[in-house]
Design a protein around this ligand. Structure first.
Ligand SMILES: [Zn+2]
Length: 336
């Protein structure tokens, strides 16, 4: 039923319920939007060649537009420029000065404090977008002004529940022209509860399923039959895995399979700890196994402690039912 009028005795109020702490917090956060987030910053140094060279060293960038004055003078620009992505480096106040700065009264400081008090005590930078209006050249002196552009509603994220805070930076030169803008977004979030003495029972979650396609169906049919089948080019004999329609060596579309003896060695491996993905145990070893027949495949290692896994370890395939429906080829160390 569509109710057009408040019920008798009630008060027509269309805002959020006044006792809703989330709504109250949101109202406090929204009040920061559009405010200057801190005092304008002026660059400590003009755009300069030594800092550009250090930056290029660190980035491994040898672009002569940034580094070679003679080359740059003969280029259409007629002079050297600074790498655009150095933008923020010009106005960074330095760690020490940042800590000593009386920035506690800034809007961004206040907003972070409000979120801390509401339990969103962790912070992570999530993304940064820059737009460049013109290239910077040695001698330019930058100045920034920063505003709180947006505070999001409460969001569920993989890290925890939190609010995204977006700041908008405007970079101006010595003539007060905007040369670039930047959006910097961070997530203030409530860290997940520390695990209690008795860890909560893990939710039963199945292993991820292989994506079975026309190209790899033979491999998974083979696994169900207890065979490790490797695709082999019928024209040149080259083995390939993962399976695909065409030989990368001779481009033939013809292929058959070779049944591998399932022995090989660990060519490389990872121990997977983070992020935790049930049902995998922390430290779950995943290996790139070099088969004796001459191709490699990725598979779980079983029957070995994470710290015992090493490159060159001899392994043998086995076919294990990891649940009611799924059989996987897994590798176990061969005991000499
Ligand atoms: Zn081939």
């Amino acid at each position: 039923m569509l109710r057009l009028l408040p019920e008798p005795g009630s008060i027509a109020y269309f805002g959020p319920p006044m006792s809703d702490p989330k709504a109250e917090l949101m109202a406090r956060l929204r009040a920061f939007e559009g405010k200057a987030s801190s005092e304008p910053q002026t660059a400590r140094f003009p755009v300069n060649v030594p800092m550009i060279e250090h930056w290029c060293d660190a980035m491994g960038d040898r672009n002569p537009a940034y580094l070679d004055a003679e080359w740059a003078a003969a280029s259409p620009r007629g002079q050297m420029i600074a790498p655009p992505t150095m933008l923020q480096a010009w106005v960074m106040p330095g760690l020490r000065r940042w800590r000593d700065r009386p920035g506690a009264g800034s809007a961004v400081g206040s907003i972070l404090r409000v979120l801390d008090e509401a339990g969103f005590t962790s912070v992570v930078a999530t993304n940064c977008e820059q737009e460049y209006q013109r290239e910077l050249v040695p001698g330019d002196v930058l100045r920034t002004s920063v505003t709180i552009e947006h505070v999001s509603d409460e969001k569920q994220t993989a890290l925890g529940t939190g609010h995204f805070v977006t700041q908008h930076y405007s970079f101006r030169d010595q003539s007060d022209e905007v040369v670039a803008t930047m959006r910097f977004r961070m997530l203030k979030f409530r860290p997940p509860e520390a695990s209690a003495a008795t860890p909560a029972p893990k939710p039963a979650r199945p292993r991820p399923r292989p994506g079975i396609t026309h190209d790899n169906r033979f491999f998974w049919d083979g696994v169900r039959a207890g065979k490790l089948l490797i695709q082999r080019c019928a024209a040149c004999g080259r083995l390939r895995h993962p399976p695909g329609p065409m030989c990368p060596g001779c481009r033939s579309l013809e292929w058959d399979t070779l049944e591998s003896a399932g022995r090989g060695e660990v060519y490389s491996y990872v121990l997977h700890y983070h992020p935790q993905i049930p049902p995998f145990e922390p430290g779950h070893p995943v290996a790139l196994v070099a088969l004796d027949e001459g191709t490699r495949l990725v598979a779980d290692l079983v029957g070995v402690e994470p710290e015992e896994v090493h490159v060159g370890m001899r392994v043998q395939v086995e076919f294990n039912a990891v649940d009611d429906e799924l059989i996987l080829p897994q590798f176990r160390p061969l005991t000499p």
